[in-house]
Design a protein around this ligand. Structure first.
Ligand SMILES: *Cc1c(COP(=O)(O)O)cnc(C)c1O
Length: 526
């Protein structure tokens, strides 16, 4: 019985010692909170307090107010961090710390037990084959970069994604850098990029001397807004600018709306670099995510759906481009006996050992997708009734991996409630995160151009809908659509622990804590 509604731990001072004993027994937390009729914390009562009272001859019918006065209870405020709580526990040698609000009311209880069992956002999850495959690399002495696992991993991943060619890299970021360079991006160019993403989608643009122009999300799927993209392409065309490429991100395990985006980019002659770092295993209209761009990128970083501890892949159907990527990623050596160089290269290749891990991981990808979808379904079922909470939708035609289960809180005080919830979860040793902070709001990209989903001042629903309607009504925004969608998603958005290796108990614990934390967030924001 890990988490109970706090009310079950609270008793009035008029309750008897017998009542307290029965309640301690029923709740099994080792502690009760004595509160006045305003809910203010008067003291705590433990097994030890009751035992000492019994030994001193206090009758079990006596009220709790008859207990010898204890020291003032050790408490923390709603702003306390997990570290504050732990420090207090250690100094006072206690295992429970009540949390009180500004009015002294008991609003929460943190136990030492939960502080020893952290729930991670997305932790690596190895299968049965990885060790054997790495062992194979050792036995065959293919520890050096390159080798049979690298070639096989490339083939197997390309087959899985339904593309012809793949080049394995040391990271997803390296693959993005190579991809942009292969599309000809260089100094003075303009490159379009989804704003709501991890910074690695955008950094290589600037590192190549080009200028990013950021594009908003659309409210349902949170991915690149086709109407903002159209507005950007037209505005740039009017200025005589043709973007050199567009980095289209597939967020949190779900493809962007490719039926709308791909033809638009094609019409304007802009090649797509698909950032599928978060969407391996997803499909869009039955087609694997990562098969839509002229080039696409995957990541096998430790927090992704499958991992090689660190690694990436650049994929595409153009054999020459991928072959060129391999050359650039190995210092751009020319075919000659000596070291001959014409082009500027990098050391970006994946090692053979890590590729062995990747091959094992790829074999369990379907299971990982299934588990993450189950985690999401459990959250949705448990938290479905929470008002003002909207899940990232899975519109018709999409199959998301739910790499991260994400929702957004709506309303004026969304950001305050989000922060209160994240503080609460952290205090209880659960790792949750805000949704990505959009690139157009990052100091790093201050001054870059940004095209919002709806024109400024238009608070109504979009005039033109380029996204297919239907499906995922739970994901439809309830209020007016903000003109800056990605900003609203950042301000109110939360990613919950979503690992495929979360136990049933951990999932239930997060559900219970989010419900409780949101209840508290509403109170503290009010
Ligand atoms: C993780 C991630 C990357 C970068 O991948 P690394 O392998 O960590 O370099 C790029 N884009 C997005 C959207 C990501 O989530």
């Amino acid at each position: 019985m890990p988490h109970l509604p706090l009310a079950q731990l609270c008793l009035p001072p008029t309750a008897t010692l017998h009542d307290a004993l029965a309640r301690l027994d029923a709740t099994a937390q080792g502690i009760l909170l004595v509160t006045d009729d305003q809910g203010r914390l008067l003291r705590t009562v433990t097994d030890g307090d009751l035992r000492r009272a019994a030994l001193a001859g206090t009758p079990s019918t006596a009220p709790l107010s008859a207990l010898p006065t204890a020291h003032a209870p050790h408490t923390v405020s709603l702003q306390a961090s997990q570290r504050d709580v732990l420090a207090l526990m250690d100094v006072q040698r206690i295992d429970h710390v009540p949390v009180v609000d500004a009015g002294g009311r008991a609003v929460d209880l943190v136990t030492r037990r939960e502080l020893s069992q952290r729930v991670y956002l997305s932790s690596p999850h190895l299968g049965d084959d990885e060790v054997a495959l790495v062992q194979e690399a050792f036995t065959s002495n293919w520890i050096a970069p390159l080798g049979p696992h690298v070639d096989a991993f490339e083939r197997e991943l390309a087959a899985r994604v339904g593309v012809q060619h793949a080049a394995a890299t040391s990271s997803g970021t390296a693959a993005l850098h190579l991809g942009l360079r292969l599309l000809g991006v260089g100094p003075g160019d303009v490159v379009l990029c989804s704003s709501l993403t991890f910074v690695a989608s955008a950094n290589p643009i600037r590192q190549l001397g080009a200028t990013p122009v950021f594009i908003d999300s659309e409210p349902q799927s949170w991915n690149l807004s086709p109407q903002a993209l159209a507005a950007a392409l037209e505005a740039l065309r009017a200025e005589g600018i043709t973007p050199k490429a567009a980095v289209v991100v597939n967020l949190y395990g779900q493809s962007a709306e490719m039926d709308a985006i791909a033809p638009l980019l094609e019409r304007f002659g802009v090649p797509m670099l698909e950032d599928a770092a978060e969407s391996l295993g997803a499909t869009y209209r039955g087609r694997p995510s990562g098969s839509f761009g002229k080039l696409a990128v995957f990541s096998f970083n430790g927090n992704k759906i499958i991992t090689t501890s660190g690694g990436g892949m650049l994929v595409g159907n153009d054999a020459a481009l991928i072959e060129h990527a391999r050359k650039l990623s190995t210092q751009a050596r020319e075919p000659a006996r000596h070291y001959e160089h014409i082009e500027d290269g990098y050391n970006y290749r994946l090692s053979n050992v890590l590729a062995g891990i990747g091959r094992g991981q790829l074999r369990v990808l379907d299971h990982r997708v299934q588990s993450r979808r189950e985690v999401f379904a459990q959250y949705r079922d448990a938290l479905g009734a929470v008002p003002g909470l909207r899940w990232m939708a899975e519109p018709e035609g999409h199959r998301s991996t739910r790499w991260l289960s994400a929702f957004v809180l709506e309303g004026d005080d969304a950001q305050a409630r989000r922060d209160a919830l994240l503080d609460f979860l952290e205090r209880h040793n659960v790792e949750a995160r805000p949704v990505w902070k959009p690139m157009h709001l990052q100091p790093l990209y201050a001054g870059c151009r940004y095209f919002a989903h709806a024109a400024q001042g238009n608070d109504g629903p979009p005039q033109v809908s380029l996204t297919p309607s239907g499906g995922g009504s739970a994901g439809r925004p309830s209020g007016p659509i903000p003109h800056d969608v990605s900003r609203a998603l950042f301000e109110g958005g939360v990613c919950l622990p979503s690992g495929s290796n979360m136990s049933a108990a951990q999932r239930a614990r997060v559900c219970e804590l989010v419900t409780r934390g949101l209840g508290l967030a509403v109170r503290s924001a009010a």
